[in-house]
Design a protein around this ligand. Structure first.
Ligand code: SF4
Length: 365
């Protein structure tokens, strides 16, 4: 006889109790983040959509100022659809992972070309470019009360502790199980708040290193709390194998202005962004990162120092040098910018760090 399949996780949770405790706690402790305030005031899915895209791989603190600047510039998908890619990159400068905003742009163009307007269901959201199951679930649960649970790193940690799971939290079979648990909690009502409650609990109380169980609303349901094993559940995630890269960034001056080049589509890093001339170390030399330049036109003035920066799995050490340019017309896709305008013209934090380093010297003064 065929044996009955064992459940992946054995747990006896009282879902209704958890649901009630989490909602009560969230109603009293919800932080007034700008996207929450705007949603309550205007019930406009655009405000939620933009926040969900910006919060991908990015901490709340970094998102808030950019979110406000972005919505002032693009109050609806219509304004974003007709904007240039460069305008959009400037509006989200500093956030990184710029491809997500190319996809948001594409989605807004799709919307404005169609006749159906803003999506209203989880499945409609999934049809748009750049929207995967997580984002569709987050938006639909908040804006349409659809019972789709979300599972991010915070949710994984909280659920691992509730169940005292001491493996890595993001194993595929756990992800599936956690999704089912979140779906079932959402199905008990108020899915948008439940999703945000679990994430908020992970961000503010059930933190990775020092969970503050004395402030937690669900200690009675938490097995790790009962077993005093919060520090064991979950196990740390495997370390990412970072790739070390050495770069050289040239901050080039020509007649008092600073040269910015647009990195071409075949650049290894920061494709399409305007920034300083970028060269990647190849053996003992630096070769242009997809930027067609004639190095004979540049005279190096002085090395300024080095900066550290990470882009996805690349750990970058960049040597920053100041240089004078002789014949700027030799550069393709170049622009000369007043030094006062540089800060607002740079999209990437890599370039911004290099510029800040230069400001601490007197090389161009
Ligand atoms: S009781 Fe402690 S470990 Fe358990 S979920 Fe709450 S904060 Fe996390």
């Amino acid at each position: 006889m065929r044996q009955k399949k064992e459940p992946l996780i054995r747990h006896e949770l009282d879902g209704s109790f958890l649901h009630k405790k989490l909602l009560n706690w969230y109603n009293k402790n919800e932080r007034p983040l700008p996207w929450r305030t705007l949603w309550k005031k205007h019930l406009n899915p655009w405000h939620v959509w933009v926040s969900e895209i910006m919060l991908q791989q990015t901490v709340i603190k970094a998102v808030i100022p950019v979110y406000e600047r972005f919505l002032t510039r693009f109050p609806s998908p219509t304004e974003l659809a007709i904007a240039s890619s460069e305008d959009i990159r400037l509006a989200v400068r500093g956030l990184g992972y710029y491809r997500r905003f190319d996809m948001l742009h594409k989605a807004c163009i799709t919307l404005t070309e169609g006749v159906q307007g803003m999506p209203s269901t989880h499945d409609d959201w999934l049809e748009l470019p750049g929207i995967g199951p997580y984002t569709a679930a987050a938006i639909a649960s908040i804006t349409a009360n659809e019972p789709h649970g979300v599972v991010d790193g915070n949710v994984e940690r909280v659920l691992c502790r509730i169940l005292d799971i001491r493996t890595e939290p993001n194993l595929p079979h756990l992800k599936k199980e956690f999704k089912l648990m979140m779906d079932s909690l959402c199905a008990k009502g108020n899915p948008g708040s439940i999703n945000q409650a679990v994430m908020e609990l992970g961000q503010t109380v059930c933190t990775p290193a020092t969970p503050d169980c004395s402030r937690c609303p669900i200690t009675e349901s938490c097995t790790a709390h009962q077993n005093h094993s919060q520090h064991l559940a979950p196990a740390p995630k495997s370390k990412i194998n970072f790739v070390e890269i050495n770069l050289q960034l040239k901050i080039v001056r020509y007649q008092g202005k600073i040269l910015l080049v647009q990195r071409p589509p075949d650049a290894k890093f920061l494709k399409g962004t305007w920034g300083f001339l970028t060269n990647i170390a190849s053996g003992p030399d630096f070769v242009a990162d997809g930027t067609p330049i004639n190095l004979h036109d540049i005279q190096i003035l002085k090395p300024i120092g080095t900066i550290k920066h990470s882009i996805t799995k690349h750990k970058i050490t960049a040597e920053v040098v100041a240089a004078e340019c002789m014949i700027p017309s030799k550069f393709t896709k170049n622009r000369l910018v007043d030094p006062e305008q540089i800060e607002s013209s740079l999209v990437s934090n890599l370039d911004r760090k290099a510029w800040n380093l230069l400001q601490k010297t007197s090389v161009f003064s």
